[in-house]
Design a protein around this ligand. Structure first.
Ligand code: SF4
Length: 349
């Protein structure tokens, strides 16, 4: 493999695949200088070093050149998604410190703080956020205010308007949250499917930044407790309110960050292979060679219109399959703020 690299690899941006006997892609990587990077794998001093381990598992190296470091970053992410190489997963240095809000699918959705998408595409994800523990606390408040369930996903759901319930009295699950009014009780026939769905709708409206309903509910409860001279309860509600307000602020900042990652980005490439990326809400929605002729410019204008003219939700909701790309683009522009000078607002008229 070393001789193959020495004889054939050039020092330009690209991605590479380490392939095991039998064709399994065990590792995917990228580099601004492919040749230098690949040769470094053969200089590992200790067998436990990452490079040595990868080379031990591989029997061949394949690579492709791309026009720029940015293109290499995107190509690597897409290749990892496609091949799911086991050594990339094992050595993942990714953003495990980030957390997402997951609104599960199913008969009675619930809110969860998770480290990343689970491949359950029917769930909704919001984020990323810093601080999983703080996020968990805020979600507990939100679930309490809206009386959403927080029990295990396998909990049986029986709504009040389900026919089988007419045969007998509603069952009690022995859950304290139902007893103290912190859950509508979709496990115990204590609410209708429509009532629960309405609370889920309110949660989504809050997460999408369209409603402050949960904050107003807490504020009203706090004022009422203070009027009744229940100062301890009022203080506890004030703390809950502060946690939810902090979550709302985090959302506002996130929405701003996502919205500000919307532009046309021109990236100079090796040997004049410049590319244009149409980035909307932190994801690459279109890409083409930088136009040189009038007809190529017209084609770019039409692609830009297509990408930017359609309506999109403005919240912090991110489709599962786009989370990695959002994280990658935001860290790229954070690490290379000078790149923003190569961006411009889309012209769609
Ligand atoms: S009341 Fe039922 S649905 Fe609600 S949290 Fe408790 S067990 Fe879950």
């Amino acid at each position: 493999m070393r001789e193959h690299v020495r004889a054939n690899a050039a020092d330009r941006p690209g991605i590479y695949r380490m392939v095991a006997e039998g064709g399994e892609v065990v590792y995917v990587g990228k580099s601004k200088r492919l040749r230098t990077r690949l040769l470094s794998y053969f200089r590992a001093s200790y067998p436990e070093e990452k490079g040595a381990r990868i080379v031990r598992e591989a029997s061949a190296i394949e690579w492709e050149y791309v026009p720029s470091e940015f293109a290499a970053l995107l190509a690597e992410m897409r290749a990892i998604k496609r091949f799911r190489p086991r050594l990339n997963v094992a050595m993942k240095r990714d953003a495990r410190h980030f957390a997402f809000i997951k609104l599960t699918a199913g008969a009675a959705p619930k809110l969860l703080a998770v480290r990343g998408p689970s491949g359950d595409d029917s769930a909704l994800y919001y984020g990323p956020f810093h601080g999983a523990r703080r996020l968990e606390e805020s979600l507990r408040e939100l679930s309490d205010v809206l009386a959403l369930r927080d029990c295990r996903l396998t909990q049986r759901v029986v709504y009040a308007d389900q026919e089988e319930l007419f045969a007998g009295p509603a069952r009690t699950p022995g859950c304290i949250r139902l007893e103290i009014g912190r859950c509508l009780g979709p496990c115990a026939g204590a609410c209708t499917a429509a009532a629960y769905a309405e609370r889920v709708r309110l949660a989504r409206a809050f997460l999408d930044g369209e409603s402050d309903g949960p904050l107003e509910t807490l504020r009203a409860e706090m004022d009422a407790a203070a009027d009744r001279l229940e100062f301890e309860r009022a203080a506890s509600l004030r703390d809950k309110l502060a946690r939810l307000e902090a979550l709302r602020e985090q959302f506002d900042r996130l929405r701003f960050a996502v919205e500000s990652l919307s532009f046309v980005y021109r990236v100079p490439g090796v040997d004049g292979d410049d590319r244009v990326y149409l980035i909307r809400r932190g994801r690459v929605r279109g890409e083409c060679a930088a136009p040189r002729t009038r007809s190529e410019r017209r084609a770019l204008t039409s692609l830009t219109r297509h990408v930017f003219a359609s309506a999109e939700p403005r919240g912090a909701r991110v489709p599962t399959h786009e989370i990695d790309e959002l994280m990658l683009l935001s860290s790229w522009f954070r690490a290379h703020p000078g790149e923003l000078t190569h961006t411009r607002a889309p012209r769609i008229r």
